[in-house]
Design a protein around this ligand. Structure first.
Ligand code: ADE
Ligand code: ZN
Length: 346
Protein backbone atom coordinates (compact mmCIF):
# COMPACT_ATOMS: atom_id res chain seq x y z
CA UNK A 1 0.00 0.00 0.00
CA UNK A 2 1.17 3.51 -0.80
CA UNK A 3 2.61 5.54 2.09
CA UNK A 4 0.67 8.74 2.57
CA UNK A 5 2.43 11.66 4.21
CA UNK A 6 0.54 12.95 7.23
CA UNK A 7 -1.05 16.32 6.59
CA UNK A 8 -1.85 18.82 9.35
CA UNK A 9 -5.53 18.92 10.29
CA UNK A 10 -5.84 22.54 9.16
CA UNK A 11 -4.82 21.58 5.59
CA UNK A 12 -7.02 18.49 5.34
CA UNK A 13 -10.15 20.30 4.09
CA UNK A 14 -8.18 21.72 1.15
CA UNK A 15 -6.83 18.27 0.31
CA UNK A 16 -10.28 16.70 0.59
CA UNK A 17 -11.72 19.30 -1.75
CA UNK A 18 -8.90 19.07 -4.25
CA UNK A 19 -8.60 15.30 -4.50
CA UNK A 20 -10.39 13.70 -7.45
CA UNK A 21 -13.19 11.35 -6.40
CA UNK A 22 -16.15 9.34 -7.67
CA UNK A 23 -19.66 9.77 -6.31
CA UNK A 24 -21.53 6.46 -6.38
CA UNK A 25 -24.57 7.08 -4.18
CA UNK A 26 -26.63 10.13 -5.06
CA UNK A 27 -30.32 10.23 -5.95
CA UNK A 28 -30.77 12.90 -8.58
CA UNK A 29 -34.23 13.78 -7.23
CA UNK A 30 -32.52 14.39 -3.89
CA UNK A 31 -30.35 17.08 -5.50
CA UNK A 32 -33.37 19.25 -6.30
CA UNK A 33 -32.69 22.46 -4.38
CA UNK A 34 -35.71 24.46 -3.15
CA UNK A 35 -34.79 27.36 -5.48
CA UNK A 36 -35.06 25.06 -8.49
CA UNK A 37 -38.21 23.49 -7.06
CA UNK A 38 -39.87 26.93 -7.11
CA UNK A 39 -38.52 27.73 -10.58
CA UNK A 40 -39.84 24.45 -12.02
CA UNK A 41 -43.18 24.82 -10.24
CA UNK A 42 -43.58 28.23 -11.83
CA UNK A 43 -42.47 27.00 -15.28
CA UNK A 44 -45.01 24.16 -15.09
CA UNK A 45 -47.84 26.23 -13.60
CA UNK A 46 -47.91 24.27 -10.34
CA UNK A 47 -48.42 25.38 -6.75
CA UNK A 48 -46.10 24.32 -3.93
CA UNK A 49 -47.43 23.81 -0.40
CA UNK A 50 -44.81 26.29 0.89
CA UNK A 51 -44.73 30.11 0.62
CA UNK A 52 -40.96 30.41 0.07
CA UNK A 53 -37.55 28.72 -0.05
CA UNK A 54 -36.83 29.32 3.65
CA UNK A 55 -39.99 27.51 4.72
CA UNK A 56 -39.12 24.55 2.47
CA UNK A 57 -35.71 24.31 4.14
CA UNK A 58 -37.29 24.55 7.59
CA UNK A 59 -39.41 21.47 6.74
CA UNK A 60 -36.26 19.35 6.25
CA UNK A 61 -36.21 17.80 9.70
CA UNK A 62 -36.71 14.03 9.66
CA UNK A 63 -37.28 11.43 12.37
CA UNK A 64 -36.50 8.47 10.09
CA UNK A 65 -36.20 7.36 6.45
CA UNK A 66 -39.97 7.29 5.84
CA UNK A 67 -40.48 10.88 7.02
CA UNK A 68 -37.77 11.96 4.58
CA UNK A 69 -39.20 9.92 1.71
CA UNK A 70 -42.62 11.58 2.13
CA UNK A 71 -41.12 15.08 1.78
CA UNK A 72 -38.74 14.00 -1.00
CA UNK A 73 -41.69 12.61 -2.90
CA UNK A 74 -43.59 15.91 -2.61
CA UNK A 75 -40.58 17.69 -4.17
CA UNK A 76 -40.59 15.40 -7.20
CA UNK A 77 -44.08 16.61 -8.21
CA UNK A 78 -42.58 19.67 -9.96
CA UNK A 79 -40.65 17.49 -12.44
CA UNK A 80 -42.73 17.25 -15.60
CA UNK A 81 -40.68 17.68 -18.78
CA UNK A 82 -37.45 16.37 -20.27
CA UNK A 83 -35.95 19.83 -19.77
CA UNK A 84 -36.80 19.68 -16.04
CA UNK A 85 -34.83 16.45 -15.67
CA UNK A 86 -31.99 17.91 -17.72
CA UNK A 87 -31.84 21.09 -15.62
CA UNK A 88 -31.85 19.17 -12.34
CA UNK A 89 -29.08 16.82 -13.46
CA UNK A 90 -27.05 19.63 -15.01
CA UNK A 91 -27.16 21.60 -11.75
CA UNK A 92 -25.94 18.56 -9.81
CA UNK A 93 -23.18 17.80 -12.31
CA UNK A 94 -21.87 21.36 -12.20
CA UNK A 95 -21.87 21.22 -8.41
CA UNK A 96 -20.17 17.83 -8.41
CA UNK A 97 -17.49 18.96 -10.87
CA UNK A 98 -16.75 21.92 -8.57
CA UNK A 99 -16.15 19.34 -5.80
CA UNK A 100 -13.64 17.52 -8.06
CA UNK A 101 -15.98 14.62 -8.68
CA UNK A 102 -14.59 13.12 -11.89
CA UNK A 103 -17.03 10.21 -12.12
CA UNK A 104 -20.67 10.01 -10.98
CA UNK A 105 -23.06 7.06 -11.01
CA UNK A 106 -26.45 8.67 -10.53
CA UNK A 107 -29.60 7.06 -9.14
CA UNK A 108 -33.08 7.94 -10.31
CA UNK A 109 -36.53 6.47 -9.52
CA UNK A 110 -38.53 6.18 -12.76
CA UNK A 111 -41.55 4.79 -10.87
CA UNK A 112 -41.89 8.03 -8.89
CA UNK A 113 -42.38 9.92 -12.14
CA UNK A 114 -44.48 7.44 -14.08
CA UNK A 115 -46.89 7.54 -11.12
CA UNK A 116 -47.23 11.28 -11.88
CA UNK A 117 -47.96 10.69 -15.56
CA UNK A 118 -44.41 11.39 -16.76
CA UNK A 119 -43.11 8.68 -19.07
CA UNK A 120 -39.86 6.79 -18.50
CA UNK A 121 -38.33 8.07 -21.75
CA UNK A 122 -38.88 11.72 -20.70
CA UNK A 123 -37.00 11.00 -17.46
CA UNK A 124 -34.13 9.03 -18.98
CA UNK A 125 -33.66 11.23 -22.03
CA UNK A 126 -33.43 14.40 -19.92
CA UNK A 127 -31.00 12.91 -17.42
CA UNK A 128 -28.90 11.25 -20.10
CA UNK A 129 -28.54 14.43 -22.17
CA UNK A 130 -27.16 16.19 -19.09
CA UNK A 131 -24.66 13.34 -18.58
CA UNK A 132 -23.48 13.62 -22.20
CA UNK A 133 -23.11 17.40 -21.95
CA UNK A 134 -21.30 17.09 -18.62
CA UNK A 135 -18.61 14.94 -20.14
CA UNK A 136 -18.14 17.36 -23.04
CA UNK A 137 -18.32 20.62 -21.07
CA UNK A 138 -17.24 19.77 -17.51
CA UNK A 139 -15.02 16.73 -18.14
CA UNK A 140 -16.97 14.63 -15.64
CA UNK A 141 -18.09 11.12 -16.61
CA UNK A 142 -21.63 10.33 -15.48
CA UNK A 143 -23.91 7.32 -15.87
CA UNK A 144 -27.41 6.38 -14.72
CA UNK A 145 -28.72 3.67 -12.40
CA UNK A 146 -32.48 3.07 -12.30
CA UNK A 147 -33.63 2.26 -8.75
CA UNK A 148 -36.77 0.22 -8.20
CA UNK A 149 -38.95 1.44 -5.34
CA UNK A 150 -38.99 -1.37 -2.80
CA UNK A 151 -42.27 -0.31 -1.15
CA UNK A 152 -43.99 -1.22 -4.44
CA UNK A 153 -44.46 -4.76 -5.75
CA UNK A 154 -42.04 -6.84 -7.80
CA UNK A 155 -44.60 -6.82 -10.61
CA UNK A 156 -44.36 -3.02 -10.70
CA UNK A 157 -40.55 -3.27 -10.77
CA UNK A 158 -40.85 -5.56 -13.80
CA UNK A 159 -43.05 -2.93 -15.48
CA UNK A 160 -40.45 -0.23 -14.74
CA UNK A 161 -37.72 -2.41 -16.21
CA UNK A 162 -39.76 -3.11 -19.31
CA UNK A 163 -40.48 0.58 -19.84
CA UNK A 164 -36.75 1.35 -19.57
CA UNK A 165 -35.58 -1.35 -21.97
CA UNK A 166 -35.97 0.69 -25.18
CA UNK A 167 -33.47 3.11 -23.55
CA UNK A 168 -31.15 0.34 -22.37
CA UNK A 169 -28.09 2.01 -23.94
CA UNK A 170 -28.56 5.05 -21.70
CA UNK A 171 -28.45 3.02 -18.49
CA UNK A 172 -25.58 1.53 -16.54
CA UNK A 173 -27.38 -0.40 -13.86
CA UNK A 174 -30.28 -1.23 -11.60
CA UNK A 175 -30.61 -0.41 -7.89
CA UNK A 176 -33.11 -0.73 -5.07
CA UNK A 177 -34.24 2.24 -2.96
CA UNK A 178 -37.08 3.65 -0.82
CA UNK A 179 -38.56 2.31 2.44
CA UNK A 180 -36.25 -0.44 3.65
CA UNK A 181 -37.91 -1.96 6.73
CA UNK A 182 -40.42 -4.67 5.82
CA UNK A 183 -39.21 -4.77 2.20
CA UNK A 184 -36.28 -7.21 2.15
CA UNK A 185 -34.16 -7.56 -0.98
CA UNK A 186 -35.48 -11.07 -1.71
CA UNK A 187 -38.85 -9.52 -2.58
CA UNK A 188 -37.12 -8.52 -5.86
CA UNK A 189 -35.26 -11.78 -6.61
CA UNK A 190 -36.83 -12.44 -10.02
CA UNK A 191 -36.59 -8.91 -11.39
CA UNK A 192 -32.94 -8.60 -10.35
CA UNK A 193 -32.22 -11.98 -11.99
CA UNK A 194 -33.82 -10.62 -15.16
CA UNK A 195 -31.81 -7.37 -14.99
CA UNK A 196 -28.64 -9.40 -14.46
CA UNK A 197 -29.36 -11.53 -17.50
CA UNK A 198 -29.70 -8.32 -19.51
CA UNK A 199 -26.22 -7.19 -18.49
CA UNK A 200 -27.12 -4.44 -16.02
CA UNK A 201 -24.72 -3.70 -13.17
CA UNK A 202 -26.52 -4.30 -9.86
CA UNK A 203 -26.58 -2.42 -6.55
CA UNK A 204 -29.05 -2.20 -3.66
CA UNK A 205 -29.67 -0.14 -0.55
CA UNK A 206 -29.30 -2.45 2.45
CA UNK A 207 -28.33 -2.08 6.08
CA UNK A 208 -29.31 1.61 6.26
CA UNK A 209 -32.26 1.16 8.66
CA UNK A 210 -32.69 -2.53 7.85
CA UNK A 211 -30.77 -5.36 9.56
CA UNK A 212 -27.55 -7.07 8.42
CA UNK A 213 -29.74 -9.92 7.08
CA UNK A 214 -30.80 -7.54 4.28
CA UNK A 215 -27.14 -7.14 3.27
CA UNK A 216 -26.71 -10.91 3.14
CA UNK A 217 -29.76 -11.32 0.93
CA UNK A 218 -28.82 -8.39 -1.31
CA UNK A 219 -25.54 -10.22 -1.95
CA UNK A 220 -26.76 -13.82 -2.07
CA UNK A 221 -30.21 -13.46 -3.60
CA UNK A 222 -30.00 -10.30 -5.71
CA UNK A 223 -26.28 -10.81 -6.45
CA UNK A 224 -25.53 -7.10 -6.23
CA UNK A 225 -21.99 -5.85 -6.70
CA UNK A 226 -22.19 -2.96 -4.19
CA UNK A 227 -24.18 -2.24 -1.07
CA UNK A 228 -25.62 1.25 -0.68
CA UNK A 229 -25.18 2.41 2.94
CA UNK A 230 -24.46 -0.96 4.63
CA UNK A 231 -23.43 0.74 7.87
CA UNK A 232 -25.33 -1.84 9.95
CA UNK A 233 -22.98 -4.55 8.60
CA UNK A 234 -20.77 -3.75 11.57
CA UNK A 235 -23.27 -5.55 13.85
CA UNK A 236 -22.38 -8.90 12.21
CA UNK A 237 -18.76 -10.10 12.41
CA UNK A 238 -19.21 -12.82 9.78
CA UNK A 239 -20.64 -10.26 7.37
CA UNK A 240 -17.77 -7.85 8.00
CA UNK A 241 -15.32 -10.67 7.22
CA UNK A 242 -17.12 -11.46 4.01
CA UNK A 243 -17.29 -7.81 2.87
CA UNK A 244 -13.58 -7.48 3.51
CA UNK A 245 -12.53 -10.73 1.86
CA UNK A 246 -14.67 -10.22 -1.23
CA UNK A 247 -13.92 -6.48 -1.41
CA UNK A 248 -17.61 -5.63 -1.63
CA UNK A 249 -18.01 -1.85 -1.65
CA UNK A 250 -20.22 0.09 0.78
CA UNK A 251 -21.39 3.49 -0.43
CA UNK A 252 -21.69 5.33 2.88
CA UNK A 253 -23.52 8.65 3.27
CA UNK A 254 -22.63 10.29 6.61
CA UNK A 255 -24.91 13.39 6.48
CA UNK A 256 -27.83 11.21 5.41
CA UNK A 257 -27.25 8.79 8.30
CA UNK A 258 -27.30 11.64 10.81
CA UNK A 259 -30.32 13.43 9.26
CA UNK A 260 -32.28 10.17 9.18
CA UNK A 261 -31.15 9.28 12.72
CA UNK A 262 -29.21 6.14 11.92
CA UNK A 263 -26.48 7.77 14.08
CA UNK A 264 -27.17 10.50 16.67
CA UNK A 265 -24.33 12.76 15.42
CA UNK A 266 -21.44 12.80 12.96
CA UNK A 267 -18.90 12.10 15.70
CA UNK A 268 -20.78 8.85 16.46
CA UNK A 269 -20.67 7.63 12.84
CA UNK A 270 -18.91 4.31 12.21
CA UNK A 271 -17.15 5.20 8.92
CA UNK A 272 -13.77 5.36 10.73
CA UNK A 273 -14.27 1.83 12.10
CA UNK A 274 -15.47 0.58 8.71
CA UNK A 275 -12.28 1.88 7.08
CA UNK A 276 -10.04 0.63 9.87
CA UNK A 277 -11.53 -2.86 9.44
CA UNK A 278 -10.29 -2.71 5.85
CA UNK A 279 -13.69 -2.52 4.13
CA UNK A 280 -14.01 -0.89 0.73
CA UNK A 281 -16.12 2.07 1.85
CA UNK A 282 -16.78 5.34 0.04
CA UNK A 283 -18.27 8.69 1.11
CA UNK A 284 -21.26 10.08 -0.80
CA UNK A 285 -24.03 12.65 -0.42
CA UNK A 286 -27.23 10.54 -0.98
CA UNK A 287 -29.74 13.45 -1.20
CA UNK A 288 -27.59 16.57 -0.92
CA UNK A 289 -30.40 19.14 -1.18
CA UNK A 290 -32.15 17.57 1.81
CA UNK A 291 -29.29 16.51 4.05
CA UNK A 292 -27.25 19.69 4.34
CA UNK A 293 -24.49 19.33 1.82
CA UNK A 294 -22.74 17.87 -1.20
CA UNK A 295 -19.92 15.35 -1.28
CA UNK A 296 -17.12 17.66 -0.14
CA UNK A 297 -19.23 18.88 2.78
CA UNK A 298 -19.69 15.22 3.75
CA UNK A 299 -15.94 14.66 3.51
CA UNK A 300 -14.75 17.75 5.38
CA UNK A 301 -17.27 17.61 8.23
CA UNK A 302 -16.96 13.85 8.73
CA UNK A 303 -13.17 14.10 8.82
CA UNK A 304 -13.36 16.95 11.35
CA UNK A 305 -15.89 15.13 13.55
CA UNK A 306 -14.01 11.82 13.59
CA UNK A 307 -10.40 13.00 13.36
CA UNK A 308 -9.76 11.06 10.14
CA UNK A 309 -6.39 11.51 8.42
CA UNK A 310 -4.81 12.04 5.00
CA UNK A 311 -4.34 8.23 4.78
CA UNK A 312 -8.12 7.83 5.16
CA UNK A 313 -8.63 10.51 2.51
CA UNK A 314 -6.43 8.69 0.02
CA UNK A 315 -8.11 5.37 0.84
CA UNK A 316 -11.60 6.80 0.36
CA UNK A 317 -10.77 8.39 -2.99
CA UNK A 318 -9.04 5.21 -4.16
CA UNK A 319 -12.01 3.14 -2.95
CA UNK A 320 -14.42 5.36 -4.87
CA UNK A 321 -12.62 4.54 -8.11
CA UNK A 322 -12.20 0.83 -7.32
CA UNK A 323 -15.88 0.56 -6.41
CA UNK A 324 -17.06 2.37 -9.53
CA UNK A 325 -18.24 0.63 -12.68
CA UNK A 326 -15.70 2.52 -14.82
CA UNK A 327 -13.54 0.60 -17.30
CA UNK A 328 -10.20 -0.61 -15.93
CA UNK A 329 -8.28 1.83 -18.15
CA UNK A 330 -10.41 4.74 -16.90
CA UNK A 331 -9.88 3.67 -13.30
CA UNK A 332 -6.14 3.76 -13.92
CA UNK A 333 -6.45 7.28 -15.25
CA UNK A 334 -8.38 8.39 -12.14
CA UNK A 335 -5.85 6.69 -9.89
CA UNK A 336 -2.99 8.56 -11.60
CA UNK A 337 -4.80 11.86 -11.07
CA UNK A 338 -5.27 10.99 -7.42
CA UNK A 339 -1.61 10.12 -6.96
CA UNK A 340 -0.57 13.34 -8.62
CA UNK A 341 -2.66 15.43 -6.19
CA UNK A 342 -1.26 13.62 -3.16
CA UNK A 343 2.30 13.88 -4.46
CA UNK A 344 2.11 17.60 -5.18
CA UNK A 345 -0.13 18.74 -2.31
CA UNK A 346 1.47 21.10 0.20
N1 ADE B 1 -34.25 7.37 -1.90
C1 ADE B 1 -33.63 8.55 -1.80
N2 ADE B 1 -32.81 8.57 -0.74
C2 ADE B 1 -32.92 7.34 -0.16
C3 ADE B 1 -32.32 6.73 0.97
N3 ADE B 1 -31.43 7.35 1.75
N4 ADE B 1 -32.68 5.46 1.27
C4 ADE B 1 -33.57 4.82 0.51
N5 ADE B 1 -34.16 5.36 -0.55
C5 ADE B 1 -33.83 6.61 -0.90
ZN1 ZN C 1 -29.65 6.39 -1.08
Amino acid sequence: MKTINPIAAEHLPALLRRMPKAELHMHIEGSLEPEMMFALAQRNGLDLPYPDVASVRRAYVFGNLQEFLDIYHAGTLVLRTEQDFYDMAWAYLQRAAADNVVHAEIFFDSQTHTAHGVSTDVVINGLHRACVDAQAVLGIRAALILCFLRHLSEREAFEALEQALPLRDKLLGIGLASSERGHPPEKFASVFAKARSLGFRLVAHAGEEGPPAYIWSALDVLKVERIDHGVRAMEDAALVARLREQRIPLTVCPFSNVKLRVFPALDKHNIGQILNFGLLATINSDDPAYFGGYINDNFTQTFAALGLTSAHAYQLAQNSFSASFAETSTKRLYQNRLDEVFETFQ
